[in-house]
Design a protein around this ligand. Structure first.
Ligand SMILES: *[C@@H]1O[C@H](CO)[C@@H](O)[C@H](O)[C@H]1NC(C)=O
Ligand SMILES: *[C@@H]1O[C@H](CO)[C@@H](O)[C@H](O)[C@H]1NC(C)=O
Ligand SMILES: *[C@@H]1O[C@H](CO)[C@@H](O)[C@H](O)[C@H]1NC(C)=O
Ligand SMILES: *[C@@H]1O[C@H](CO)[C@@H](O)[C@H](O)[C@H]1NC(C)=O
Ligand SMILES: *[C@@H]1O[C@H](CO)[C@@H](O)[C@H](O)[C@H]1NC(C)=O
Ligand SMILES: *[C@@H]1O[C@H](CO)[C@@H](O)[C@H](O)[C@H]1NC(C)=O
Ligand SMILES: *[C@@H]1O[C@H](CO)[C@@H](O)[C@H](O)[C@H]1NC(C)=O
Ligand SMILES: *[C@@H]1O[C@H](CO)[C@@H](O)[C@H](O)[C@H]1NC(C)=O
Ligand SMILES: *[C@@H]1O[C@H](CO)[C@@H](O)[C@H](O)[C@H]1NC(C)=O
Length: 488
């Protein structure tokens, strides 16, 4: 009897649970379950395209007593060598080790031995009460953790070495489960390169194999989204013309790529250079004002949450992000993101007040100012399927069957060479990429105790709440590193 019920629950899992293997609390990126060591220990790690090293906690933390008991693993190979990482807002200290890793949700993948950092000490790295115990870095070797004369191989490189073929991986991030549940979900899978790529995929080249560095050409606010007739404000010329030929705003694309533009699943928001952030947010703010909703500046410019007593149906402008196309230097395509992407649900719950429980739905802006950097955090990936072809050096974008109904349009032709007009860095070959990562820091997690503001203008319901949300709901886990430029 017991046997049958175990078998039954196993089958049930196989049928219902297989589709989505990524989960996370609002604002906390997406985590996957892994089995580490022998006998295997079950842990959750964030999938992070903004870093490279598998790093795992080896001690209990506040609010989370799960960690890797490495001494219990008979297969651990602890080098004892120290890996130290300084972060812009914290740090972790650890030791280089290797052990076996396996993904219960990816039964097609073999178990492989991989390098990892056993984190022994950290500061502001783990989030309070977060459901994950480590990080699975998916980027290239140059942004891997670094120690004295040590190179730390990534899990993906170990996998490719074991399989003796290069693999690709795909992230399908779906965002919040439902309007009343802010938990988000998605799917991660590793794809054999022999599998056929879909026809409908839009590919952007990886300009440099360190982070996933791509050419982000512009970010625009699309008003009154109606099929292809869009009234664009985004300094785009020729907006009246047929879609097939639009010139780019050269100043904007140079600004976006001045330092680098990366695709980073370990960061929550879309991060833009300061000036552009201001321009884009001003436009969104005015559009919201025009639709008779007042949301305070704290929401727009200071990452605070706005809450309502019911889930919001946003009829706001869409965001367009133009990416360089892999097919031609005169071609780009556009990610079109609905307001559901950038008005991020950070909590959906019943909160108790004097008068009993009141439902409360809070949102945060999915955009932030990033100095000179551009980061397409997972806010820009939700509702899309993103294929990272590591060996060939491109990222493919497709629409997805879950999450916000984001779209992709194009390709669009321009007359000038995009790489040269936008001053995109040259593609460097694998061999030329220096792995002498001289110094690096991680830009981690900003824990923001948020104040809550609600405003609805008459004739709608008027109500205002001011209170902090219980936990941080934003994360940023890309290695904001100073990697030695390749001296090809
Ligand atoms: C690790 O081993 C210790 C003692 O050998 C045991 O008490 C503990 O439960 C084990 N922990 C795990 C997670 O297996
Ligand atoms: C442990 O790792 C070191 C260096 O990576 C290697 O030389 C050694 O053979 C490994 N030991 C085992 C038991 O795998
Ligand atoms: C972490 O959470 C606990 C309880 O939920 C709280 O008491 C503590 O202040 C929090 N710490 C930080 C740094 O937010
Ligand atoms: C939200 O969904 C998750 C996953 O299905 C579930 O565990 C959690 O209890 C739900 N939360 C609420 C408040 O319903
Ligand atoms: C990755 O790119 C290579 C070379 O273009 C191609 O052969 C392979 O099929 C691609 N992999 C996937 C999964 O699309
Ligand atoms: C874009 O240019 C290519 C040749 O460079 C041409 O084959 C293609 O038809 C053009 N596409 C559009 C939509 O004009
Ligand atoms: C939100 O939009 C959906 C579909 O457009 C509609 O069914 C629903 O009633 C709307 N909800 C509110 C509160 O307006
Ligand atoms: C809030 O409470 C109502 C009724 O008490 C319940 O139907 C609803 O599911 C609750 N919502 C959440 C997010 O817990
Ligand atoms: C509680 O109810 C009273 C009377 O119904 C009302 O005046 C008051 O504003 C309510 N308080 C809150 C926080 O909703």
């Amino acid at each position: 009897m017991l046997y049958i019920s175990i078998l039954f629950s196993f089958l049930l899992n196989a049928v219902c649970g297989e589709d989505y293997n990524l989960h996370g609390d609002a604002g906390q990126a997406y985590a996957i379950e892994v089995y580490l060591g022998h006998p295997s220990q079950k842990l959750n790690v964030l999938v992070d395209t903004g870093s490279t090293t598998l790093a795992i906690a080896t001690y209990p933390r506040q609010d989370n007593d799960e960690y890797f008991h490495f001494a219990n693993s008979t297969s651990i190979n602890d080098s004892g060598k120290e890996i130290q990482a300084k972060y812009s807002q914290g740090m972790w200290l650890g030791r280089l080790a290797s052990d076996f890793i396996r993904f219960p949700s990816l039964s097609n993948l073999p178990e492989v031995r991989t390098d990892m950092a056993l984190i022994t000490k950290s500061h502001k790295f783990f989030m309070n009460g977060s459901g994950w115990q480590g990080l699975l870095g998916l980027a290239y070797l140059p942004v891997g953790a670094w120690g004295d004369h040590l190179v730390v191989e990534s899990w993906l490189d170990s996998l490719d070495r074991t399989l003796k073929i290069p693999t690709s991986f795909e992230l399908k991030l779906c965002g919040a489960k439902s309007p009343t549940n802010a938990t988000h979900y998605g799917n991660f899978r590793v794809i054999d390169n022999a599998d056929e790529t879909h026809q409908s995929i839009f590919r952007t080249p990886i300009l440099r194999k360190r982070w996933y560095e791509v050419g982000v050409l512009s970010i625009r606010v699309l008003f009154q989204k109606q099929l292809n007739t869009v009234d664009e404000v985004g300094l785009t010329k020729n907006s009246q013309d047929n879609d097939a030929s639009r010139d780019l705003d050269i100043e904007m694309c140079q600004q976006l790529n001045e330092e680098k533009s990366i695709v980073d699943s370990g960061t929550t928001n879309i991060r833009l250079p300061d000036d552009l952030f201001r321009q884009v947010v001003d436009k969104l703010k005015n559009a919201v004002l025009a639709s008779n909703i007042l949301i305070l500046d704290e929401f727009w410019y200071h990452a605070e949450a706005a809450c309502w007593t019911e889930p919001q149906n946003w009829s706001l402008p869409w965001l367009a992000i133009d990416l360089l196309s892999e097919e031609s230097d005169h071609e780009y395509f556009t990610l079109e993101l609905p307001p559901q992407n950038y008005m991020r649900v950070v909590s959906a719950r019943n909160s108790s007040s004097e008068n009993g429980t009141v439902p409360e739905f809070c949102y945060k802006l999915g955009l932030e100012a990033g100095g000179k950097e551009t980061v397409l955090g997972y806010t820009a990936m939700e509702g899309l399927q993103v294929l990272f072809n590591r060996s060939a050096g491109w990222i493919g974008w497709e629409t997805s069957n879950c999450g916000p109904n984001a779209r992709i349009t194009g390709p669009y032709n321009v007359t000038a060479s995009i790489r040269s007009t936008c001053q995109l860095i040259k593609v460097v070959s694998d061999g030329a990429v220096s792995i002498k990562a001289a110094q690096w820091t991680l830009c981690v997690i900003s824990i923001i105790a948020a104040a809550v503001l609600i405003y609805l203008l008459a004739p709608c319901i008027k109500m205002m709440l001011m209170k902090p949300l219980p936990s941080s709901n934003q994360i940023s886990l890309s290695q904001a590193a100073l990697v030695e430029p390749a001296s090809a």
